[in-house]
Write a protein that binds this ligand. Sequence first.
Ligand SMILES: O=C(O)CCC(=O)C(=O)O
Ligand SMILES: [Fe+2]
Length: 693
Amino acid sequence: MFRSKTSPPEFKRDLVDLENYVTKSMVVECKVDACIDKFLVRLRDLKLLTADRYFFKLPSAEGEAGKTLQGLASELRNDLERLVPGYVDANTNILEAEKVKQRLSPRWKVIRNRTRKSKPRSNADPPKSFLDRVLATLLALQDQQRLSAANDPSAGARTLTRGAFTETCQQLKEAIESETSAASFACGGTIPMAETTDSADSADPASQPTSSGVRVWIAGNDSTARRLTLPVAGETADSSANALQELVATCQPASFGRGGEDVIDPEYRQAGKLDPEDFLTSFHPADHGIIELIEQVLLPGISSDTENRLQFRKLKAELYKLNVYSGPSGHFRKHVDTPRSEHQVGSLVVCLPSRFQGGNLIVRHHGQETNFDWSPQSGASIQWAAFYSDCEHEIATITAGDRITLTYNLYVREMTAAPITPIHPDIEPQTFPLYGLIESLLATPGFMKEGGVLGVFCSHAYPHASDLAELQLPRALKGADLVVYAVLKSLGVEVSILPVLEFGGSYGSRNPQLGITGRVKDSGSRYVSSHFLGSSLEHEFLQEGGEPQLGYSDVHLRNYGNIYDIDQHWKEILLTREVSELDEAFDYGEKYNLAKKPNSFYEPGGVRLGPYLRKYFTTDRGQEEGLDEVSTDEWPAYYLPGITWITEPKHEEMAFSQVVYGNQAEVGTRYSCAAILAVIPPFSSRGQPFQEK
Ligand SMILES: O=C(O)CCC(=O)C(=O)O
Ligand SMILES: [Fe+2]
């Protein structure tokens, strides 16, 4: 269709009309579907339904089964008559009515998932009841919206105006972001070498820790080992330039991970390595208090009763490699270390005393940068740096000398022992600016007066697509994520970390007011919008004032509530039903400044929220089906609109892949992002002041 670029389109309707239209049509459809669901589940429970994924059949009208069928049919008629008066003609056989017949098979496709036994879950099962809270809160909000649509537009007068609410969310976003940039992501230190051993200071345990030379034993081909003492003093055979060169010569070229493979590419990394089984060293980071220091900076505990266990987090350093980067061209370009397990939170690099030039280690996190320049002191000190695993880092070119490092993986582990004094100071949530802000928001009656759900994507990357992640995650939280989590918890707000599934390239977590699109930056061509032509909602409804048929999909109904309770069930369908083209229509309307409902429920879009963290898997199911359809079945998630998203998704991880074998094997993959979700209770039940739960 040709449209002039210069003249703006004319509109017969605005976004208030759109939302009312969608709600009104969907309410009727959802009520009908709830009645049908109940009918089908009754049949199934009586084992009268013949159905699988592709095939569907009602029992015959003969005999006992026929009688039962008639009974259920008249129940269906009564239900329909009560919820949607006049929907079916009083004189027809309800099972012959086209309107009803047409709904049976599609509804079965949706609810058959409820018949599936869900996988047995781990003992600690908080996300399940947490999700119940999320659903209950969103259902209440939706109810409220629907009623205020029908009646009094001033019903929400005591809630913040849209502008004020947006401003509040903006403040929250900024507070979280500044927490992100303020939080330390790297730390480091220097251990000077003791000049001589006769210094009186070295006997004084309170003095600065010094080191008197580091010894390295390198395994030979036979059962011998050569010894090297650093820094090279040149006086003895094991501390000479020659001995150092022997070490350099013994190293193999160091590889790095690219696309799941170990590759050697001197353009990217030019370095030598020894594996831990090929050497021993007298150096241990714990001897110098390095581990405690890193714990203090990168692993603060949380001071809250319920999170007590988090206070007993400790770091364990596991020796990973010895590396040598030699001048004039040793280097390692930008990369992120591959976590060796879901317990890994960071990396430690210890630079042994050996002269070199250049070779700065530069660590970055969210636009911030820490530059470790070790060359000036390289001959006289042990220098070290630790950083979170997801921080990008690089080693600048070593122009001369040999830069010898020990690298360690840092794992978080829980102290299972009975309470011991915490080894490091806890986070005091009250000391963070975010605490004051959220505390005052909760005390503001108009802020989420009817309750609500806040969504904040994690700012650090975690291996969250893992079975263990659920047990690990609150404990392994880093930096700003830990602050957000701890602050909310300490204010008595229910918080959980759950995965959000990408769908068609988007996470659906929009918040147009804050400019939040729900898309991961730099995710390349996966995120090409397929939406080129205007949709029927934009043209037929908004511009032309017509009443187009609404397309929708029901993502998943979890085993929530009771399917026999149709008065509740239709609301659940309404909540979890995704109406097609709605996001686009809202964007379009926004572009032309069409009026909107003050607290639109549909505008923020919906996300596919996973009920728990689960591990990555591959499926070869669905040779005939697309990835979307398979997603719905294989990765249980609930489509939920109405969450107030404060930040953009940042670190995605592969959630699952579908492998299709054919003439040509194909792999489709869905990604997920971990998010911190918080259920804000309605003002009336927030209580004052807040108590830690
Ligand atoms: O040697 C360094 O400074 C860092 C080494 C590094 O990034 C690595 O081994 O992955
Ligand atoms: Fe690295």
